[in-house]
Structures are given as C-alpha cells and as structure tokens.
Design a protein around this ligand. Structure first.
Ligand SMILES: [Fe+2]
Length: 212
C-alpha cells in the first residue's frame, strides 16, 4: 500500500462521515484524543491501515470495509472518558484501575450511538466488542467465537500486534516475529483463528506503510 492509498482511504473515510453526519467529526475527535493521549491517536491510525489490509484479504464487502475502517479509527475513542491517572499511568494498573480502563469500549460505543446515524450504530457495535476474546474471557460482554463481530475480531488482533511492536514509554517494542509468535499462541484463546492466520499472511507478504 502506498502513501497515496493512505490519503485516498483517509479522504474516503472523511467523506463517509460527512455524508452521514454532515461535518468532519473524525478530525474533531482525533484532535481531542491526541490532546489527551497522542500514543492512542497514532496507534489508531496504524490500526486503520493494517485492519484495511486484513479486511480486504478476508474478502469483506464494501459496506463491511466501511464499517471496519471507521471502527478501527474509533476503537479506542472511549479513552476520552478515562481519567488521566489511569489513561496516562506509565506502569502496571491496579485491579481497580484496570476495571476503569475496561469501560472504554462502552464509553466509545455510546459516544458513537449518540450521533443517531445507522452506519455509526454498526460501527458502535464493533467498537463495543473489540476487547472480547474468542474463548469468551474478554469484555465487556464475554462474547465467544463467532458471536463476536468479525470486524471486532480483526481489530483485536491488529490492536494487539501494533501495541506489541511499537514503543511505549514503559517498554521497548517487541521484534515482529516475537509478537507474531505470542499472537499465534493465543489462537482460539484470545484471538479468532482466521484473523490470526490473515495477520500471519499479511506479515509474510508485506505490510502497510506504518508497519514497515
Ligand atoms: Fe481498546
């Protein structure tokens, strides 16, 4: 994928939003998230790029690709509602703090649903479930296997891969192969097997620009 594709995809997402809610909401929200937590905003951009490659490879239709693109960009938007002492904490979270951060999919989904648009309602469902696990041990609803929307399952794998392979202020990035081995070991536990297989194939065949 080239930078031109990135720009085209970005413009396509913006025009989708403009046609559905009439103004550049995504730009507005991205600025808000960046002001709170620049890592999460940059992470979201990379998740969009890789999720779109994954969605194409899984032969999602045009409508599902639109939902995937928007859900990937907004998957952590609910972190706007998480207090700074939890969101920006540089080391491990306590049990109570972890319970706090687990609310971000619910907050994000309700932000998207508040706009009253049918497309964004679908995006909201996928955002709500991006931390569900294939074996039912995730949150917020403990959905299992194919109960979890495929778009959420794609975002879950890409989200983990990007988090593992990029620098955080509390740790260095993992090597790509180490991250892939860790993700493989969670196949049919945390992650959808088809989504893991697709990530392995995408990594074998080349990656979108943000991940090179
Ligand atoms: Fe998240």
């Amino acid at each position: 994928m080239t930078k031109d594709n990135d720009i085209q995809n970005y413009q396509r997402r913006l025009s989708l939003l403009e046609s559905h809610i009439g103004f550049k909401l995504e730009t507005f929200l991205q600025h808000a998230l960046k002001a709170r937590d620049s890592y999460t905003q940059e992470h979201s951009d990379r998740v969009v790029a890789l999720a779109e490659v994954m969605g194409n490879r899984l032969n999602l239709g045009d409508h599902d690709m639109d939902v995937l693109s928007l859900a990937a960009g907004f998957h952590d938007i609910g972190k706007l509602g998480i207090p700074d002492h939890i969101l920006l904490k540089p080391d491990n979270l306590s049990g109570e703090e972890y319970e706090g951060i687990k609310k971000h999919p619910i907050i994000g989904a309700s932000m998207l649903r508040s706009l009253g648009d049918p497309l964004l309602d679908e995006v909201a469902v996928c955002v709500l479930h991006h931390h569900e696990h294939w074996d039912g041990t995730g949150y917020p609803d403990g959905l299992k296997g194919e109960q979890i929307p495929i778009i959420s399952r794609i975002i879950a794998v890409v989200d983990a891969f990007d988090a593992m392979t990029t620098t955080r202020n509390y740790r260095k990035p993992l090597e790509r192969n180490t991250a892939l081995e860790m993700i493989k070991s969670e196949r049919e536990k945390q992650f959808c097997p088809d989504a893991v297989q697709t990530l392995l194939e995408v990594c074998r065949d080349g990656m979108p620009p943000y991940h090179r």
